[in-house]
Design a protein around this ligand. Structure first.
Ligand SMILES: NC(=O)C1=CN([C@@H]2O[C@H](COP(=O)(O)OP(=O)(O)OC[C@H]3O[C@@H](n4cnc5c(N)ncnc54)[C@H](O)[C@@H]3O)[C@@H](O)[C@H]2O)C=CC1
Ligand SMILES: O=C(O)C1=N[C@H](C(=O)O)C[C@H](O)C1
Length: 274
């Protein structure tokens, strides 16, 4: 019998949690070893299959991540920053691969992942889709080819329940553009315009966030100059693109040296000519 990789899904009832569970069930390479929700969530203690509207599976949703992770080779985590830090410590103890899709983490929260990454593999990306990761490489390349006569703007659109802005993807694209230009994003990011802002500062990278309805995730990187505009665009119309990337990362991380990785590593795109 082929051995499959046991994964725990945290935030099991969430938009991504449910998509991940569906993708694990459809995968011949993974099996569900745990489903975690926050304490007090109505799914806790119930059969996962039944709460998802299907037949019972015998796998109960738990609010005890340690127990779930201890039986898993990987944890796939699309939750919230504080929860992700808690899971990182537990994944490190269990030497389980921790795939982090959670966005909205502060610089301090990202730095706090470092101790865990000394013991276990962490794969973290603000967007797990092949398309967006390829777009970061294209963005870097275009930014490197153009000078500051081309104003760079990152425009993102998401559903009305999203809690963080700019999106993790927008920040990845901004980082790629800044890298292409040879500058630090923190020095040039313009993240909120309102009122009398004054003229645009040359060299800035601007961010705009749209929130509405059920938009899954749309990102434009605009290079606007006098007389022309270049727009690089990615549209996600189905969350399965993120889930498939996360499942791939969970397999890729097995047997790797502890450390922090991203989806460019998983997809082998780090060597794409810049
Ligand atoms: N990297 C990527 O490719 C993608 C990242 N995301 C990010 O994933 C995160 C989740 O997104 P959605 O699924 O849309 O949100 P959601 O709000 O639908 O789901 C989050 C789930 O996490 C659960 N949760 C919160 N704290 C918890 C804890 N301590 N223990 C266990 N469960 C806990 C919540 O109860 C909820 O069910 C967001 O940060 C979002 O930006 C979303 C899509 C793709
Ligand atoms: O919250 C979401 O939905 C998404 N979040 C990620 C982000 O912040 O970029 C990825 C995707 O765009 C969907």
């Amino acid at each position: 019998m082929t051995q499959t990789t046991g994964v725990t899904i945290t935030g099991a009832s969430g938009r991504m949690g449910q998509m991940l569970i569906a993708q694990v069930n459809a995968s011949g390479k993974h099996h569900l070893a745990g489903a975690v929700e926050r304490s007090g969530h109505p799914w806790v203690g119930l059969d996962l299959g039944e709460v998802m509207g299907g037949a019972s599976t015998g796998l109960m949703v738990t609010d005890d991540p340690l127990e779930a992770i201890a039986n898993s080779q990987a944890i796939i985590d699309f939750t919230a920053p504080a929860a992700t830090l808690e899971f990182a410590a537990l994944a490190a103890q269990a030497r389980a691969v921790h795939v982090i899709g959670t966005t909205g983490m502060s610089d301090d929260e990202i730095a706090a992942l470092e101790p865990a990454s000394r013991h276990a593999v962490i794969v973290r990306a603000g967007n797990m889709s092949l398309g967006v990761n390829l777009l970061t490489q294209l963005t870097k390349r275009v930014a490197a080819a153009l000078d500051e006569d081309y104003d760079i703007e990152v425009i993102e659109a998401h559903h009305n329940q999203k809690v963080d802005a700019p999106s993790g993807t927008a920040l990845m694209l901004g980082e790629a553009a800044a890298e292409g230009r040879g500058v630090a994003l923190n020095d040039v990011a313009d993240r909120g315009r309102d009122g009398i802002t004054g003229a645009r500062k040359r060299g800035d990278i601007g961010f705009t966030a749209i929130r509405g309805g059920d938009i899954v995730g749309e990102h434009d990187v605009m290079f606007a100059a006098a007389g022309e505009r270049i727009i690089l665009r990615h549209i996600a119309s189905d969350r399965s693109v993120f889930a498939r990337g996360a499942l791939k990362a969970a397999l890729w991380g097995q047997g790797r040296a502890p450390g922090q990785y991203d989806m460019l590593d998983v997809l082998g795109l780090n060597d794409t000519p810049g």
